[in-house]
Ligand binder design. Sequence first.
Ligand code: KG4
Ligand code: ZN
Length: 338
Amino acid sequence: MKSKVILAIESSCDETSMSIVKDGHIELSTVTLSQIDIHTLYGGVVPEIASRNHIENITIVLDECLKKANMKIEDIDAVGVTYGPGLSGSLLVGLQCAKTLAYLYNKPLIPVHHIAGHIYANRLVGEFKFPLLALVVSGGHTDIILMKEDYSFERLGGTLDDAIGEAYDKVARVIDLPYPGGPRIDKLASIGKHTYNLPTPMDDDSFNFSFSGIKSAVINLVHNEKQRGNEINKEDLACSFQETVVNLVSKKAMHAIKENNIKQLIVAGGVAANNGLRNKLKNLCEENDVELLIPPISYCTDNATMIGCAAYYALQKGKTSDLKLNAKPVESLKEYLN
Ligand code: KG4
Ligand code: ZN
């Protein structure tokens, strides 16, 4: 495919983000307005507030993004947008903006699945070498995905209940840490010790996970200790939780790598920012002679750059849409590819 410059839009949760990306891996400009300070007041993302803020922010972000790249919309080859999964009201704002631009400037419209975006954030770091294994660890997903070629996603397994990021956020909440809890648990874990014994559900040969059991075990432990008048050592609890989930996820990823004769592991989603997970996977990949790609920390959580990377490969596969494209708050990668 000849050179393509794509304007990408991501608004599936609480970040209003736009990016201009060339050829699926060259970032020309990105502007992201985070609403985290607003939602922290409520202990989590409030969907109605998120969509209202997207409406206020989206044209400002568009202007800034074009200005930063010193470009006009006429210079863009196509518009890529996250159409799902995510919060319905939030998705609709980005989608409406993308459809309006595609219509007004007569540009192809590329629907991008949010998780395909997280996976393709890794193209900012290096080339993909197939077959590869993508470990997706985010606030809404925990999946082990086999990719035999670009833009093909075969799910080997994943969580049967809570996503790993969700478990991080709930554990953080029960020990009174503000939203989003993942980065805060990560920080405490680095100074704590693994002293609390937590269960490891589904510690088997499958590629599936269950995080709700570990989360409930932590919640029960905290409540029981409170009732007995005992202080919880937050650093040690954070470390115990982090080591338990990181060990489990890494073990299953390495198992999938061995079973499928994989030489490259890519890690995607907000929890890929976790230092415990990054270090563990780095060591395991070195020991097992597997190449590891992980996006820089700021590209692990939601951003439009990753959507711009994925959109290039979606376009290469002919994945464009007409203006009837609608938001899909719940959508698997399989449904997306059909
Ligand atoms: O990928 P993401 O931005 O949103 C979804 O697509 O879901 O992921 C957000 C999740 C949150 O649960 C957040 O707590 C978690 O990623 N997260 C972390 C870290 N940074 C973000 N979890 C653990 N350690 C971190 N350093
Ligand atoms: Zn995400």
